[in-house]
Design a protein around this ligand. Structure first.
Ligand code: DI6
Ligand code: FE
Length: 407
């Protein structure tokens, strides 16, 4: 058992372990010989030496969106620049156009295919952001689609309102920011659609000053904050996140020393997104050594999105984080379990094999944690348990072709 329990070193490995589940919760974790006899189970499963980890957690995705951006990917391969594409009305704006044309049902259908990939890799909790609607109706529709996915599929979904992603092409900055703070955020809260509020603090998003307003509103309505911080430039995103005691600051490629210190003081989790780093051929590494020195907790996520990280594999993100960011296997494992749970404010509930937590497990056809990071493009998942129930790997999702998926 790689317990990832807090207070234990490394992955908190227990050899010859046993785990008992009662009513969907972990009731015992320890060595098999220490298993109390009252846990003589109704059902006992011998895993024959397989590795068990907490169910994996992807704490940063944009899973729900319309269309794709494969055309821009080709342009980027031919030398076009991501930021320049965005400033010319492509990028996020092009996904906004495609997303506004979708119904809640069609958004659910296209996101379900991507969600299936995560479920098949042992993910039991996933965060989904809005941010490709950028108007009242579509932002709420995206969140409803995300909630709906959680009702249909065996996975916990945490939703984040990212109306402050960028200014929509058809609006003034001030008018749009007003809409976000006065209409979209209050309505999302009223309808219980958002678990947190996010904002993109960057050259193609919003300034730190602009986001202050958005986050004050979040705070008034008692919602926690997350920040897309300093991806393309050091825009003060980490300091902003710390100021609002954000659950997480994400990206952080260009964050300076002051930003890291602020995150450490605030106890905000740094979420690293190696897929976007890879896809944009970024050269500037996030300040990982400073994070370690200052004791900033590190999580890893896919940032699954149609533009900068079309990545539907948490195992690949783990591999990329290890190689590109020089994270240890222990850091990588913690980054997609215990620390990812903390980045979502769900660490009392999931992210470690500890008594009382939800019985979310991933069971692997490997002997040692390193093997989960070592292989590229293989999926050694043996079985997955969500809320104490063994859940099928392929589900009932139709991967069929829809011509309307073409951009
Ligand atoms: N950073 C990201 O990685 C996503 N949004 C953001 O603020 C991707 C945005 C996109 O290109 O669609
Ligand atoms: Fe993102």
């Amino acid at each position: 058992l790689a317990t990832l329990a807090s207070g234990r070193s490394g992955t908190g490995l227990i050899r010859g372990g046993a785990l008992a589940i009662v009513d969907g919760r972990i009731a015992f974790v320890g060595r098999e010989e220490d298993l109390p006899s009252r846990f003589q189970a109704d059902e006992e499963i011998d895993l024959a030496g397989r590795l068990v980890t907490p169910g994996l957690i992807d704490c940063h995705t944009h899973l729900v969106f319309g269309g794709d951006r494969s055309n821009e990917f080709e342009a980027r391969l031919a030398g076009a620049d991501y930021e320049a594409i965005a400033k010319a009305g492509g990028g996020i704006q092009s996904t906004v156009r495609a997303t506004r044309a979708e119904t809640e049902e069609s958004l659910v259908a296209s996101a379900a295919k991507r969600l299936n990939s995560f479920i098949c890799e042992g993910v039991t909790t996933i965060e989904i952001k809005s941010g490709y609607g950028l108007d009242y109706e579509t932002e709420l529709r995206m969140l409803r689609a995300a909630r709906r996915l959680g009702q249909i599929y065996p996975i916990d979904i945490v939703t984040t309102l990212l109306a402050a992603h960028t200014v929509p092409g058809d609006q003034e900055r001030a008018t749009y920011l007003n809409l976000v703070t006065e209409k979209i955020i209050p309505r999302a809260v009223e309808d219980g659609l958002a678990d947190a509020i996010d904002g993109f603090c960057d050259s193609i998003g919003f300034s730190s000053e602009e986001l202050q307003r958005v986050f004050r509103r979040a705070r008034e309505l008692a919602l926690p904050v997350k920040v897309h911080a300093d991806q393309l430039s050091d825009a003060g995103g980490a300091e902003l996140a710390a100021q609002f005691s954000a659950l997480s600051a994400d990206h952080l490629e260009k964050t300076g020393a002051a930003g890291v210190a602020a995150l450490a003081r605030a106890g905000t989790v740094a979420v690293l997104l190696p897929g976007a780093y890879f896809d944009l051929r970024e050269k500037h590494l996030p300040p990982i050594e400073q994070m370690r020195t200052m004791g900033v907790r590190i999580a890893i996520a896919t940032d699954c999105n149609p533009g900068s990280s079309p990545l539907v594999s948490i195992l690949t993100a783990m591999r990329m984080a290890a190689v590109q960011f020089s994270l240890s296997v222990d850091e990588v494992l913690a980054g997609v379990t215990r620390e990812a749970a903390r980045a979502l404010g769900r660490h009392a509930e999931t992210g470690a094999l500890e008594v009382g937590k939800s019985a979310n497990l991933a069971i692997w056809n490997v002997e040692r944690p390193v093997e989960l990071v070592y292989w590229m493009g293989s999926n050694p998942l043996f079985s997955r348990v969500w809320r104490g129930k063994k859940t099928s790997l392929t589900g009932s999702i139709d991967w069929g072709w829809r011509a309307s998926n073409a951009p």
